[in-house]
Write a protein that binds this ligand. Structure first.
Ligand code: ADP
Ligand code: MG
Length: 371
């Protein structure tokens, strides 16, 4: 996806939602989506993701703001007139109808019949690789097959916009990965625009063109997966996307694009400047386990600090090393399991290095509750 000029197919303009006239569960939500883009709303449970989808689908009203499709407000348009396809986790198929009848339903609503309808149903059964299953009933299919039918039913009337709210949440890991691949394939093949909701960051990273990270009704950052991973704007995003170490310290100086942070080992680390801005404030240095290395004479690096080795964990292709800072903060280092992987004894002092561009200085944030 390129230029902002193409992002005008779907627009959320300062959208807000309160269910009780008091608390906003969605605040100042702005988002422009290009036609054909796959945008994911990612965030912990209760952060307002489904509420945004419900407003877009027309099942919830907006408290303020506007939603436009191709420049036209849909905020007061009846849901069925919006022509939006939808897949939800528990979006039940009609149990008394066959799979083919389930797929025919949205077409009949749109006055299609006869041979054209039959051909379209077969085309979409084939598309989700259920060509021979038209005469079965939903109860005679597996969970993954049923979800493929739900997907086909959402796509069969060729909506330009498709909403998916945790559509794979009920499936086990292997099926979920297969379906992620299926959805991505259909999106590429058919070119519809997707707004996808999940609390699973791996799912978001692998499927999306862009991800909007929600916390408590507020978008923290909206960027492409690699930008979110490499340059998170704040501690919440750094913590939510992937794995991160947080080394508590104090901001002792600002130097152009760098923030200088002194951590409990007494060393000062040069960091990418993020949202920690006041000299003297407490802040965290965030650095990913795969961006930390043990010091070796061959490498030179401005950022080095001391810690004590505690233990290591063999995970096949990787080894996870656990060390501790003087203030007790645990730090994880993830190294490829090759002949160069070092070993240590418990309590041994080690020196760690990390490139300044892989360290970020963040204001401390509350820990994210477990799902
Ligand atoms: P998410 O999809 O991110 O888990 P939701 O949009 O479902 O979050 O919910 C956001 C907040 O709004 C939560 O605090 C939730 O309890 C509340 N909420 C959701 N739906 C309703 C509703 N129909 N009535 C009142 N409160 C609601
Ligand atoms: Mg939800």
């Amino acid at each position: 996806m390129d230029g902002a000029d193409r992002r005008e197919f779907l627009e959320f303009d300062r959208v807000q939602k309160s269910y009780d006239q008091e608390n906003l569960v969605v605040r100042n939500f702005d988002l422009s989506v290009a036609e054909g883009e796959f945008v994911t709303l990612l965030g912990p449970s209760g952060s307002g993701k489904s509420t945004v989808l419900m407003m877009l689908a027309g099942f919830e009203s907006l408290t303020s703001g506007d939603i436009r499709i191709q420049g036209q407000s849909i905020a007061r348009m009846a849901p069925y007139r919006r022509d939006i396809g939808m897949v939800f986790q528990n979006y039940a198929l009609f149990p008394h109808m066959t799979i083919a009848e389930n797929l025919a339903y949205p077409l009949k609503l749109r006055k299609m019949s006869g041979a054209a309808l039959k051909a379209k149903v077969q085309e979409y059964l084939d598309l989700v690789e259920l060509g021979g299953f038209g005469n079965r009933r939903p109860a005679q299919l597996s969970g993954g097959q049923r979800q493929r039918v739900a997907l086909a039913r959402a796509l069969i009337f060729e909506p330009r916009l498709v909403l998916m709210d945790e559509p794979l949440g009920a499936l086990d890991k292997k099926l979920r990965e297969q379906m992620q691949f299926e959805i991505t394939r259909l999106h590429k093949q058919l070119g519809f625009t997707v707004i996808y909701v999940t609390h699973d960051q791996t799912e978001a990273l692998t499927m999306s063109n862009r991800i909007a990270v929600f916390n408590a009704g507020v978008v923290q950052q909206c960027d492409a997966p690699d930008v979110l991973y490499e340059s998170p704007k704040n501690g919440f995003v750094a913590d939510f996307i992937g794995e991160n170490n947080f080394l508590p310290g104090e901001l002792v100086g600002l130097d152009g694009g760098s923030a200088m942070v002194r951590i409990s080992s007494g060393e000062t680390l040069r960091c990418r400047r993020a949202d920690a801005e006041r000299v003297g404030m407490r802040c965290n240095v965030s650095v990913r386990p795969e961006k930390l290395f043990f010091d070796s004479p061959a490498q030179s690096c401005e950022n080095r600090f001391h810690a004590r080795f505690t233990t290591q964990l063999y995970v096949g292709d990787f080894i996870r090393y656990f060390v501790e800072l003087p203030d007790g903060t645990p730090v994880v280092i993830k190294l490829l399991n090759d002949s160069a992987a070092p070993s240590f004894t418990e309590g041994e002092e080690v020196t760690l290095i990390a490139a300044p561009q892989d360290c970020s200085a963040f204001e401390p944030t509350d820990p994210i509750p477990e799902e």
